[in-house]
Design a protein around this ligand. Structure first.
Ligand SMILES: [Zn+2]
Length: 147
């Protein structure tokens, strides 16, 4: 579901770099922990098993409605919201492998989900990181030519 995907990306991108400093925008310590673990797993810095505690004991309960079936997530210790993030990450791994990745700007802490056909998106945002990195490459080329 697109809302789940947007929610996951919003949480992953909730500690952006602003003026050279990481700015924390979450105030829930459990949410910060699951975000940090997800980020580490996506970057390849941590094992998938570090996410296991968030899906332990999780169940999906079906509810029939006139429009079909909806699934409600149940998790121990009010953990459904955190479990939902991990389950959404797992869904993306299965259905869109490699599409959720860190921004290619090494100074940026954000992530992107690439839905483009060629799968070549590199920046969390073309307007910020994309243009900045292009400008940097351009100046690096010019100063190399002038050296
Ligand atoms: Zn970026």
């Amino acid at each position: 579901m697109i809302e789940n995907e947007e929610r996951l990306l919003a949480v992953l991108n909730s500690a952006p770099v602003v003026d050279g400093h990481v700015v924390e925008t979450l105030d829930d310590p459990r949410m910060i922990r699951v975000r940090d673990r997800l980020q580490a797993v996506i970057r390849g810095d941590a094992d998938v098993e570090t996410l296991t505690p968030y899906v332990n004991g999780v169940k999906r309960r079906p509810t029939l409605t006139p429009r079909g079936i909806t699934w409600e997530l149940e998790a121990p210790a009010d953990g459904a919201e955190y479990a939902g993030l991990v389950l959404e990450w797992a869904r993306l791994q299965e259905e869109l492998p490699g599409r959720l990745r860190p921004c290619a700007n090494p100074e940026c802490t954000k992530f992107l989900i690439d839905h483009s056909k060629p799968n070549t998106a590199r920046w969390c945002s073309m307007a910020t990181c994309g243009n900045r990195m292009k400008a940097r490459r351009h100046y690096a080329r010019r100063s190399a030519q002038n050296a």
